[in-house]
Design a protein. Structure first.
Length: 149
């Protein structure tokens, strides 16, 4: 029996150790990508959109004017449209300095992450992917804030 243990120990030492990604660093990088997205729009900084959002962005939203109860039909938005919105959305400073930006990170895996952003305009559900070692927003499904009862 002892002989088998001595033979088995070197074998197990040869098995490579599988390491998990640094989830704290990844979570912070995901949070920073979402901050770049929201603050890029709030602070009229389109360069932050460019560094945090994939050019292959798939974004669709359900807008409801504040005075109406029905949502408009879903509208897709491409990456370049988002960059343009970041250039103009708050150009006149209509948003308060403390405008809402709550980030709830649901899950961060080694290649993908899922996040909810509650912002001035509504709620964005996002998927991020680690592309060439950098977390980028690739999908956004959003809606205006629900009507309060």
């Amino acid at each position: 029996m002892m002989k088998w243990i001595f033979l088995a120990v070197p074998f197990f030492l040869l098995i490579p150790v599988v390491t998990q990604p640094d989830t704290n660093a990844d979570r912070e990088a995901v949070r920073q990508a979402v901050l770049d997205y929201v603050e890029g729009i709030y602070n009229v900084q389109p360069e932050r959109i460019e560094r945090s959002v994939s050019p292959n962005l798939a974004k669709v939203g359900f807008y409801r004017p504040p005075t109406e109860s029905a949502y408009r039909p879903p509208r897709p938005m491409a990456y370049q449209q988002l960059v343009e919105i970041a250039k103009t959305y708050n150009k006149e400073g209509k948003l308060a300095k403390d405008a809402k930006k709550e980030i709830a990170i649901y899950e961060v895996l080694d290649q993908t992450a899922s996040v909810k952003l509650t912002a001035e305009w509504g709620v964005d559900y996002m998927h991020l992917a680690k592309i060439d070692g950098k977390w980028m927003i690739v999908n956004v499904l959003w809606q205006s804030h629900p009507q309060t009862k």
